[in-house]
Design a protein around this ligand. Sequence first.
Ligand code: CAA
Length: 258
Amino acid sequence: MKFNYLKFEKKERIGILTFTRPDALNALNENVFKELSDFLDADFTQSIRVLVLTGAGKAFVAGADIKAFQTYSSQNAYEFAELGKLLFDRIANLDIPVIAAINGFALGGGLELALACDIRIASERTKLGLPEVNLGLIPGFNGTQRLSRQIGAGNAMYIMMQGEGISALEAYQLGVVQKLVPPGEVLSSAIQLAEKIASKSPRSLSLIKEMVGKGMEMSLKDAGEMESRAFGNLFKEDQKERIEGVTAFLEKRQPNWE
Ligand code: CAA
């Protein structure tokens, strides 16, 4: 499939999806979302174990396309927000791990996209934030919610209300970003981490995602019960990866998940 604003490459078991609208710092508009939707529909993730998202040029993604806002009605804006939220939920709910390789600015919708990924690695020199307060707006792709759940309400309000964007170091200290690396090493570090993750049990990885994702919306008690059930289910006779993992440990060899 040919895209104008996205590029998909495979490096063995790792997929790399790059946002390629560098003239607009990869800003998200309806055309980009149409391609992202086509990408997700085509299920490119079937043949990979980990997906890495990154941006071309000096930005990861600098947010929703502010120029396009000039013509939006209230209904258009609502539909655009719903579409972004739906697509970001689809990314969050992929049953493979997704890593955001934040090579440059991750602002507004760009940070919201990164927050829909499971893990974020950022360049030490970049800036992250939700600067919608400078535009008389609020985050529209679920950023108010995802960021608060990720780092707590006070930290999320601090980022959203001052609106200037924060340094990658501060984002790391607040837990928005899990790893900082020198500029130029973001994608290679993300791929390195992706390869390490790709060597682990795919069933375990997808269950961890499910438990964390669903658990965030449940009480601790109900989420604990869900986890016990999932743990128990792994001991059913057809759970090949659990059989292989435990057997490999006992036989002092590496497991083979194929
Ligand atoms: N939308 C549309 N175009 C954008 C854009 C955006 N979000 N961000 C950057 N661009 C465009 C610029 O307009 C410029 O285009 P022109 O050359 O045609 O003027 C080009 O990308 C390069 O940008 P700059 O010249 O501004 O680059 P810079 O290095 O001087 O500044 C920046 C970089 C600080 C990221 C600055 O571009 C900026 O502040 N961008 C806007 C960031 C922002 O406010 N994002 C939130 C958007 S609202 C949102 O996302 C709402 C939501 O949740 C749904």
